[in-house]
Write a protein that binds this ligand. Structure first.
Ligand SMILES: *[C@@H]1O[C@H](CO)[C@@H](O)[C@H](O)[C@H]1NC(C)=O
Ligand SMILES: *[C@@H]1O[C@H](CO)[C@@H](O)[C@H](O)[C@H]1NC(C)=O
Length: 334
């Protein structure tokens, strides 16, 4: 009898402690969800890395993941990006997350240690251990990046962009909400490019046709989760070409892709200038990146001064791809 009584006492004590614990837990959770600051997703918090709040353990769904391509040693450029366009993502209540993928295979111990240190500070580097980060391997890097993103994050869309691109993140998110589609492949589309047979970008492997298949130019493009997952799942089967953007176009060519050509992507091998409509603008110097950041911050527009050095085009789907992309001088196309 005494034993039973003791047992009962212990049992109710434990039970009571559980009750108290969970009451507190529920109250705390309710409180943090109710406060508008905490209600913002974890992913926005990752944007503002100066917060001292702990990371949530469970990853929430992200609308957009940005993968920013830089070479392992290019810490200066990564800092420039962290201090410019990534900062402008801070106040967005929508969910954005970003990371810098780097291939660490055959990277020296010292370089690796530097990267670990950098990651301790910023927590935004994706280590790709099976990738040798080199100029020849850019398409492989894109493959590994999609694999990493699909494994690690639950997202709707992924932006692949380069370290010398400036992304107007707010504008991009707003526009993405308008064009979003489960099979989206969004950027500046080229259907008439011919493979180079000589030089740095020569493509000995390309034998499908005497042109490339339509592809979104590499300075920045967006894929839906479904497409990124397709690439990731089939990565072992995919042929990589020298140009990573050409490769993506070829990988997706057989699918029910929603191609969206958008001249607001200034993502060619050279920039067309500066236009306040641009969502992504490529081949920008550190000085230009800073100037655009300042302009956005103080005047709300991208360009300190708008100008065009190269005409743009609207993709013409009514003609064969080789005639898709006529640049029109003096047009208002950004
Ligand atoms: C880099 O930082 C992220 C975020 O804290 C972490 O998840 C990841 O494990 C780190 N990578 C390495 C290789 O330490
Ligand atoms: C556009 O301008 C460039 C240089 O000013 C010229 O070479 C080109 O022929 C022009 N194209 C058209 C379609 O007028």
């Amino acid at each position: 009898m005494i034993f039973h009584f003791k047992f009962l006492k212990l049992f109710s004590l434990v039970g009571l402690s559980f009750c108290i614990f969970f009451t507190f837990l529920i109250a705390w959770r309710g409180f943090s969800n109710g406060s508008s600051k905490d209600h913002r997703s974890k992913h926005e918090k990752t944007f503002s890395r100066d917060t001292t709040e702990p990371e949530r353990v469970v990853l929430q769904k992200t609308f957009l993941v940005a993968a920013i391509m830089s070479s392992p040693k290019d810490v200066e450029t990564r800092n420039l990006i962290r201090n410019t366009w990534l900062k402008l993502g801070r106040k967005i209540p929508s969910t954005v997350i970003y990371f810098f993928p780097v291939g660490t295979n055959s990277l020296g111990d010292e370089d690796k240690a530097e990267l670990f240190k950098e990651n301790e500070t910023y927590r935004d580097i994706a280590f790709l251990p099976n990738l040798e980060d080199s100029y020849e391997n850019l398409a492989q890097k894109t493959l590994h990046t999609f694999e990493y993103a699909v494994k690690k994050y639950d997202f709707d869309f992924i932006l692949k962009t380069d370290a010398d691109s400036f992304v107007r993140i707010k504008g991009l998110l707003g526009a993405l909400r308008e064009v979003q589609h489960p099979m989206l492949y969004w950027g500046f589309l080229d259907g008439r490019a011919k493979p180079r047979r000589k030089g740095k970008w020569s493509e000995p492997e390309w034998m499908l046709c005497d042109r490339y298949l339509p592809y979104q130019l590499g300075g920045g493009y967006v894929l839906s989760h479904t497409l990124a997952k397709f690439i990731s799942t089939n990565s072992q089967l995919l042929r990589t070409y020298k140009n990573e953007d050409v490769s993506v176009g070829a990988w997706l060519a057989g699918l029910k892709v929603r191609y969206v050509h958008d001249p607001r992507f200034d993502t060619e091998w050279t920039s067309r200038g500066c236009n306040n409509e641009y969502l992504v603008t490529h081949k920008k110097s550190p000085g230009e990146m800073l100037a655009m950041f300042d302009s956005l911050k103080s005047h709300g527009v991208l360009c300190p001064k708008q100008y065009q050095t190269r005409p743009s085009y609207v993709y013409n789907w009514a003609v064969p791809p080789s005639e898709c992309c006529t640049r029109i001088n003096g047009s208002r196309i950004p």
